[in-house]
Design a protein around this ligand. Structure first.
Ligand code: UDP
Length: 334
């Protein structure tokens, strides 16, 4: 039986982090959160979960948390996630994602924390030559966001060789949906991700959805992505933690996706099915840097963890995203 060590979740008030907090707590793990609340929300952290408002580069605060909470593992979600912003302001991304991850790692090593789980991204692959893309494909990011995450992967690899710490880097594909019980969801204003944009349009928060290109080498000409439900992703983190504890000499780097893709039009059709209405589509030009298709080869995670996706159905994902978007409108003034 795995010993349940307290887990520190950085960015635990944000979209994916708050789902990880729920997954950990639901599985009986003691959990606490650090978040600077720049893009996260205090209400997204459940009552009873110790919460520290602050920055992961604050070594004094981290030393206090590690000691006070007797932290046995870190799940690191804190960071900046908007790809176009990373192009305009690369130094922000190298600071928030790379420099601050270095500081957090230094604090973890200093405190002797033995396990570290990192939210990496398929953006580290850039525009892969092959689809599905496997973990050993070349990593050639095409934007500072992807590079800032790749640099943290590199640090983790080196740190794990030099110090008694093992890590798991999970490379997320397109994360979407919300907690099936609608306890948390994607809440940040000004969303750019397709499913979030589409449910906002379905609820009248936007006029239409712009389709970024219809001349891709895909069956219907629109971009194809491997959408993964955020709760399945959160569950993978809990299983990754158990794997790190079970084999302290082993580190892991794994794709997190379902290994299949949907086009932009298929996503919009799914939202229409869920609302029984029709979102206005506006065909537009391609967005810079978008690959035709980005689909995970997920054989490694399936072979390594007892991970069984529970919400892989696109309609389920969209239904959960819609339910959260409605709740956000009603109770959070979103
Ligand atoms: N997309 C779109 N309209 C939007 C947002 C996204 O057509 O308003 C397309 C985008 O070009 C890509 C897919 O939807 O093919 C997923 O984009 P998203 O921004 O959600 O994630 P990304 O794959 O860029 O990480």
């Amino acid at each position: 039986m795995t010993q349940k060590l307290p887990v520190l979740v950085t960015g635990g008030a944000g979209y994916i982090g708050s789902h990880a907090v729920l997954a950990l707590a639901d599985a009986g793990w003691p959990v606490c959160v650090i978040d600077n609340l720049v893009t996260g929300f205090r209400w997204a952290v459940p009552d009873g979960v110790p919460f520290y408002e602050g920055d992961i580069e604050d070594a004094g605060l981290l030393a206090r948390i590690f000691a006070e909470q007797k932290i046995g593992a870190v799940m690191h979600f804190a960071g900046s996630v908007v790809v176009p912003e990373s192009v305009v302001d690369p130094l922000k991304y190298y600071h928030n994602n790379t420099v601050k991850s270095r500081a957090l790692l230094a604090s973890a090593v200093q405190a002797g924390v033995p396990h570290f789980i990192f939210s990496s991204t398929a953006a580290t692959y850039g525009i892969p030559d092959v689809s599905p893309v496997a973990e050993d494909c070349p990593q050639v990011p095409i934007n500072p966001y992807g590079m800032s995450k790749l640099m943290t992967e590199a640090m983790l690899g080196d740190v794990a060789k030099a110090h008694p710490l093992n890590f798991c880097a999970l490379r997320y594909f397109n994360v979407a949906g919300a907690d099936p019980q609608a306890r948390t969801g994607q809440s940040t204003a000004g969303a750019t991700h397709l499913i979030k944009v589409a449910v906002e349009a379905a609820l009248g928060k936007r006029e239409a959805v712009d389709i970024f290109g219809s001349d891709y080498a895909t069956p219907d000409g629109t971009g194809v992505r491997d959408y993964i439900h955020v709760s399945d992703l959160a569950a993978a983190h809990v299983l990754a933690l158990e794997a790190l504890i079970a084999e302290p000499a082993r580190s892991l780097t794994m794709n997190c996706g379902y290994g299949r893709g949907f086009s932009v039009l298929e996503v919009l059709d799914a939202v229409d099915r869920a609302t029984n209405a029709r979102i206005t589509r506006r065909m537009g030009p391609r967005r810079a840097g978008d690959p035709d298709a980005l689909i995970s080869d997920n054989r490694l995670i399936k072979a390594t963890l007892p991970w069984v996706p529970r919400h892989a159905d696109l309609d389920t994902m969209v239904t959960h995203a819609l339910a959260w978007e409605r709740k956000l409108g009603e109770t959070r003034g979103g």
